[in-house]
Design a protein around this ligand. Structure first.
Ligand code: ATP
Length: 536
């Protein structure tokens, strides 16, 4: 699929704009236009509806160990700074950055396009970042061929070889002349905390420092007791939240894929420790299926279990839902959502203080004075099970998704160019977004075939009938074929046309975006028919 064409379409038709564009934009920030805002809202609402609103706590869903409850919250973006100290974000939420010595450009270490490879006992970093992306594929290919490596093997050298040590880059020209100019030499990696800092109140001293949340999850953990005390939820249950998160990413890239301000859709699911494995398996599969149900093709989607050395120190299992985004190298996938088994790490941290791993144990990290490095809240975040009369710290399964990445994946999947007959039957190129009807920004467009004979009046009446129920669009300008194309291009699944037959028998034409099938329905049935079609 043609990524440049999709990016151009997003701008042209009002899905996505660069933030502050009139001032030259700001890297890593994106605005959603009139259609983009509807798409993202539909994603959020589909997620909330499927996980919270329509969840029936009286029924055991297929594959679940038992029935369960789901509730939601909406917590603040700025929270008490101690939250981030105990959660580990203050000390640990960093990436490594490297600078290119020649160009002075800065990169996130694990995203530098290139590979560490071994040659004659030396570790060499093969990269073309210094000269831009165009040459990359070619040089990387040559380098890998030279070292007789497939890219996956080179990855393994980078990440899993005990030989990894971040030595200075050797001059690639010695090895692979005449491509010397394609080599950038990189400074050793340095840590960089990704949290945006701000100050609360009028004073900007250290004691007033606060952070914009880098995830919505912590707002759920710190409200665990409030939710328990204010509702009658019983374990197992989940708390859902949708909201903005902020990360000062070193190299935002790939359109909205890695932004500095983005939206997350997170669930913290609390359960008994001995059932947590089964719940983890359940959520992993359920969340994977959600993307398929909304139209992501299973051959471009995968559920990848983290290898033991990728897991966070507290995690007993993590799987990522990944999509083969078209801007990635062939065979590469990008994360849409992580589903993590977090044990009792989060609730314990907020009770006792920041935890670190010692052998098989999680223990409170101590400062130089032998006291907890960061004190927890000291509040009791345990759960008392009335039936078994047991008290325990619940274990947590966390499905954590990004609304912007989901929107991007749905757009990439939906974009297509095909040939369809125009009014004269001549095959013509059409751009179409095959968005799932639940996600489409506009569900139905209404057209009078021509602007006379009372057709506009009838079409406007139908439009008025539809409007309270669906986001719909009225258009009477230009040839009807062009009006269809304009709707195809923004993913409108259905168009209703009032024509001369309408004047005879009060029926209208419905046209399906994907099959191009057209059929007639009663004008008075439009709301019900469209509702049925969208539900599928
Ligand atoms: P990555 O490895 O790509 O940085 P992550 O593993 O740090 O992602 P999580 O902390 O698991 O991401 O966040 C959960 C979800 O939030 C991700 O799966 C993704 O959909 C979304 N997300 C995280 N960082 C960004 C970002 N910078 N821009 C857009 N979405 C993001």
């Amino acid at each position: 699929m043609n990524m440049d064409a999709l990016v151009a379409l997003c701008k042209r038709r009002g899905f996505l704009f660069q933030s502050s564009e009139i001032y030259g934009g700001i890297n890593g920030f994106w605005d959603y236009g009139p259609l983009g805002v509807e798409l993202k809202r539909n994603i959020r609402e589909a997620w909330w509806y499927d996980n919270v609103t329509s969840h029936n706590e009286l029924v055991v869903p297929p594959g679940a160990p038992s029935a369960f409850q789901m509730v939601g919250i909406d917590s603040t973006i700025i929270m008490h700074p101690q939250v981030w100290k105990c959660s580990g974000h203050y000390d640990l939420f960093h990436d490594y950055m490297v600078d290119c010595r020649e160009t002075k450009k800065r990169y996130r270490y694990d995203q530098v396009q290139g590979r560490w490879v071994e040659y004659n006992g030396q570790r060499i970093f093969v990269t073309t970042e210094a000269v831009g992306d165009e040459a990359l594929a070619d040089v990387e290919h040559k380098a890998l061929r030279f070292f007789n490596l497939r890219s996956k093997e080179a990855d393994r050298l980078v990440w899993h070889s005990p030989l990894v040590s971040l030595t200075t880059v050797e001059d690639f020209s010695q090895v692979l002349a005449p491509d010397a100019k394609t080599l950038g030499t990189l400074t050793p990696p340095r840590e960089f905390n990704l949290m945006f800092k701000t100050y609360v109140g009028a004073l900007s001293g250290e004691e007033n420092v606060a952070f914009l949340r880098p995830e919505t999850a912590q707002g759920i953990f710190v409200n665990f007791k409030n939710v328990l005390d204010s509702t009658r939820v019983k374990i197992p249950f989940g708390i859902a939240q949708v909201g903005k998160s902020f990360r000062n990413e070193i190299t935002p890239r790939y359109f909205t894929f890695r932004s500095r301000e983005f939206e997350q859709m997170e669930i913290e699911f609390f359960c008994r420790p001995e059932t947590s494995r089964a719940w983890y398996e359940y959520w992993r599969q359920r969340r994977f299926n959600w993307y398929i149900s909304l139209g992501l093709a299973s051959e471009r989607l995968r559920l990848r279990d983290h290898s033991p050395d990728e897991l966070s120190h507290y995690s007993c299992g993590t799987a990522d839902v990944e999509y083969a985004f078209p801007f990635l190298a062939p065979g590469d996938f990008g994360e849409l959502e992580g589903i993590a088994h977090r044990g009792d790490f989060d609730l314990r941290s907020h009770m006792e203080g920041k935890l670190i791993r010692k052998g098989n144990e999680l223990v409170v990290e101590l400062g130089p004075d032998g006291q907890p490095k960061y004190r927890g809240s000291g509040k009791d975040l345990t759960y008392f099970d009335e039936e078994t009369r047991e008290r325990f710290i619940p274990h947590v399964i966390e499905p954590s998704a990004g609304a912007d990445r989901a929107a991007l994946a749905f757009l990439c999947e939906a974009y297509a160019e095909d040939m369809v007959p125009d009014e004269k039957g001549v095959p013509t190129k059409r751009v179409v977004l095959r968005l799932h009807p639940r996600l489409a920004p506009i569900k139905v467009a209404v057209f009078p075939l021509v602007k006379k004979d009372g057709m506009p009046e009838i079409a406007q009446r139908i439009y008025a009938d539809l409007k309270p129920h669906f986001n719909c669009f009225y258009d009477e300008k230009g040839a009807v074929g062009r009006r269809y194309r304009r709707q195809d291009e923004i993913g409108t699944p259905y168009c209703i046309t009032v024509d001369s037959q309408t004047l005879q028998d009060d029926t209208v034409t419905v046209r399906d975006r994907d099959s191009l099938r057209q059929w007639r329905i009663k004008a008075d049935d439009c709301v019900e028919v469209i509702r049925g079609l969208i539900r599928g």
